[in-house]
Write a protein that binds this ligand. Structure first.
Ligand code: ATP
Ligand code: MG
Length: 306
C-alpha cells in the first residue's frame, strides 16, 4: 500500500529544504546533482511523485494558499526562474501553476533588453513587474540575466552605453550588491522572494535539444541561439555559480532544483512554494463586526423576493 499523500508531502518538504541555499559563500554547483531525485527519501516518494496524483494534491494546496494570499492582500510572492535553455522553466510554470486562479498570478518573460529598457538601469524593468500585495509574480528569467548574459556576451553590456568610467572590473560585484539591496528592499516590504535555478546537465540538454529538432511538433521550441549558448556551457556554469554564491541570502534564498527529471523538478518547485507560503501563516481577512447584521438583512431581503 502506498503511503498517504500527506506523508509524501512531508518527505518532499524535507527533500526540498536540502536544495535551499541561503548563505552562498561555500556553495558549489557540483554539490547538487542534476539527476538527483531525492536521495535517501527516494524509495518513499519517487513512485508517488511520478504519479500525477502528487502534483494534483500539491496544486490543490497551492490553490487554497493562493486564495488566502489574494484575500489578505498583505504579502506578495515573487518567484524567479533561471536556467539554461530546455531546463523546463515553461513546463514548470505550466504544471505548478495550473491549479491557481489566473487573476492572482502574473508571469513576465524577460528577453534581450531593447528600447526604453536599455535607457534605464538594469533593475528598472524588473521593479515594474514586482507583484502587488496579494499577487504571485513569476519572472521567467529576471534581473539575474544582467549578471549572466552580458558577462558572456560583452555586446549586451555595450548596448547599455554606460559612462565608461563606470564599466570597470568591479561591475559584476557591484551588480550583485545592487541585486541584494533590491531584494532586501522587497522582502522588507512584504514581498516573499523565491529564486529557483533549474539545474540541468549538459547531457540532458543535448537530449532535449535533439528532441526539439527531431520531433516536428517540438520544432517551434527550437532556436538557433540555443546551440550557440550551449557552446558556452562552462562559462555559463561559472557565472551561475558565482551569482548564486553572491546572492543567496537568508531573506532571498536560491533553490537549486535538479532538472534532469521533469516530474521531480515540478514536484520540488511546487512543494517549495507551498512550504514558503505556509510560513507566512496567511489568513483570510476577518469579517468586520457589523458583517453579521448586514448578512442577516441581505438574507431577509433575498428571501422576501418571490
Ligand atoms: P525558451 O527558449 O524556453 O522559449 P527563453 O527564456 O530562453 O525560453 P528566449 O526568447 O529563447 O526565451 O530567450 C530569451 C533570451 O533573452 C535568452 O537568451 C536570455 O539570455 C536573453 N536575455 C534576457 N535578459 C537579458 C539581459 N538582461 N541581457 C541580455 N540577454 C538577456
Ligand atoms: Mg531560449
Amino acid at each position: 500500500m502506498s503511503p498517504p499523500l500527506e506523508k509524501i508531502m512531508d518527505a518532499a518538504r524535507r527533500v526540498s529544504r536540502a536544495y535551499r541555499i541561503e548563505q552562498g559563500r561555500t556553495f558549489r554547483l557540483n554539490q547538487i546533482s542534476p539527476g538527483d531525485t531525492g536521495g535517501a527519501a527516494k524509495s518513499v516518494i519517487e513512485i508517488q511523485w511520478q504519479a500525477k496524483t502528487f502534483l494534483d494534491f500539491a496544486n490543490a494546496q497551492l490553490a487554497t494558499l493562493q486564495e488566502k494570499l489574494y484575500a489578505q492582500k498583505r504579502w506578495s510572492v515573487l518567484i524567479v526562474l533561471q536556467a539554461m535553455d530546455a531546463a523546463g522553466k515553461d513546463g514548470t510554470i505550466k504544471h505548478v501553476m495550473s491549479g491557481i486562479n489566473p487573476q492572482g498570478c502574473e508571469v513576465t518573460s524577460f528577453k534581450v533588453p531593447t528600447g526604453a529598457e536599455l535607457l534605464h538601469t538594469f533593475l528598472w524593468r524588473c521593479a515594474q513587474r514586482v507583484p502587488e500585495a496579494g499577487m504571485i509574480g513569476i519572472f521567467n528569467r529576471s534581473h539575474y540575466e544582467d549578471v549572466l548574459a552580458p558577462r558572456i556576451h560583452p555586446q549586451f553590456l555595450q548596448a547599455r552605453n554606460l559612462p565608461p568610467s563606470l564599466v570597470t572590473k568591479k561591475i559584476w560585484s557591484e551588480r550583485y550588491e545592487d541585486i541584494n539591496a533590491f531584494e532586501r528592499h522587497l522582502t522588507r516590504n512584504g514581498v516573499l522572494v523565491l529564486k529557483f535555478y533549474l539545474h540541468l546537465s549538459k547531457e540532458e540538454q543535448k537530449k532535449r535539444l535533439l528532441e526539439r529538432i527531431n520531433e516536428k511538433s517540438k520544432n517551434w521550441k527550437f532556436s538557433e541561439s540555443d546551440i550557440q549558448e550551449r557552446a558556452r556551457w562552462e562559462q555559463y556554469m561559472a557565472a551561475y555559480e558565482e551569482t548564486i554564491r553572491a546572492t543567496a541570502q537568508p531573506w532571498a534564498p536560491w533553490y537549486i532544483v535538479p532538472a534532469d527529471n521533469k516530474w521531480f523538478t515540478r514536484a520540488i518547485v511546487a512543494v517549495t512554494i507551498i512550504d514558503a507560503l505556509e510560513s507566512l501563516r496567511l489568513k483570510r481577512p476577518k469579517n468586520p463586526k457589523e458583517q453579521k447584521k448586514i448578512l442577516a438583512a441581505a438574507r431577509k431581503l433575498l428571501n422576501k423576493e418571490d
